[in-house]
Ligand binder design. Sequence first.
Ligand code: GLN
Length: 304
Amino acid sequence: MPNFESILSTIAQEVSNETDKGRVASYIPELSCVDPNKFGISILDKDGTTYAMGDSKEKFSIQSISKVLALSMAYSLLDERIWERVGVEPSGDPFNHLSLLEMENGVPRNPLINAGAIVVSDILISHLKHPKTDFLEYVRGIAGDNSIDYDESVAVSERKTGFRNYAAANLIKSFDNLKNDVETVLDFYFHCCSLSMSCEQLVKVFYIFMNRGNCLQNNNYLDLSKVKRINAIMLTCGFYDEAGEFAFEVGLPGKSGVGGGIVALLPNEFCVVTWSPGLNEKGNSKLGMMALEKLTTMTGLSIF
Ligand code: GLN
């Protein structure tokens, strides 16, 4: 294994010199309050050793990163039947785009764009007794950390300005690909996005995708085939219309969120989380992407 400690310190130093840190998301009012100068990075290797730098213990809104976790839970419940409701192709479109949804009869391109995650939310609501509590317990269980929670103020803030998500949900509903009512589905979806976690917590949750479906406590959450497929979807769809660029620059499956977090992993080796709230024009963390490009270049480790 490379010397992660010294590599992380070099990366943190280099990104701190960047003057253009991107722009903090403001379409969800609550997110616009976050300090753009925050930067955290955390690595968890396969042996369970953590390496961290900067604001790695500070909680942030994981936003779309939660889509992978909702997918993981729904996939476990439905097995391959899930693909009758949502596709597995990259969209090449921004995360909140609607045009393909209309053209493709309300079946979203993949589970990691907003429309896809809204369908996954609907599936979870249909299958869970207490959807919000059960999903939270699922995430807490994987991390072995009961302090993980939703941020109600972020969920409320997003509901107030979630016009495009309402539009997507209504369109999907018109094609009969939502079984529950729009308000219930979006309430669940907004809560998933509002999950608040630090880099050090999030890296433990994503450990299962790096470690063949097993968490740090060695409980199994996913079989090998599902892990392979979720990682494939992260690689091809995890960064919206910048998935190609992320694979090109970084070379790892991963997922971003508009809260400025990015998770990425090298199967059977390590999992990494960065947090820098400023986004680029595609809605992905600017310095997070830069840091991860440096990480895979300096260590020579990527899936390619
Ligand atoms: N909650 C955000 C939304 O629905 C998630 C988007 C993101 O992180 N890319 O717009």
